[in-house]
Design a binder for this molecule. Structure first.
Ligand SMILES: [Zn+2]
Length: 72
């Protein structure tokens, strides 16, 4: 039996044109301690900056619906 746990981090995108800033999920391939605030590719394919102090899933109103569906 193989146990596989995918860990996600919460990342905040920036408002871009008509797109509001949203919380996204980023699949972690590194320990969160090694994240240095760089932009990472989110589960839904955009770029967002990881907020190490936030855990995914977030209980916030402005969470990306695509990431909510894909990262669970
Ligand atoms: Zn997203």
């Amino acid at each position: 039996m193989m146990l596989q746990t995918t860990v996600f981090a919460a990342a905040r995108s920036r408002a871009h044109g008509p797109t509001a800033a949203l919380w996204h999920a980023v699949e972690l391939h590194r320990p969160p301690a090694e994240l240095d605030g760089a932009c990472e590719l989110t589960v839904c394919g955009s770029l967002a900056r990881i907020a190490p102090e936030q855990a995914w899933p977030l209980r916030a109103a402005d969470v990306c619906p695509s990431c909510t569906t894909l990262a669970r």
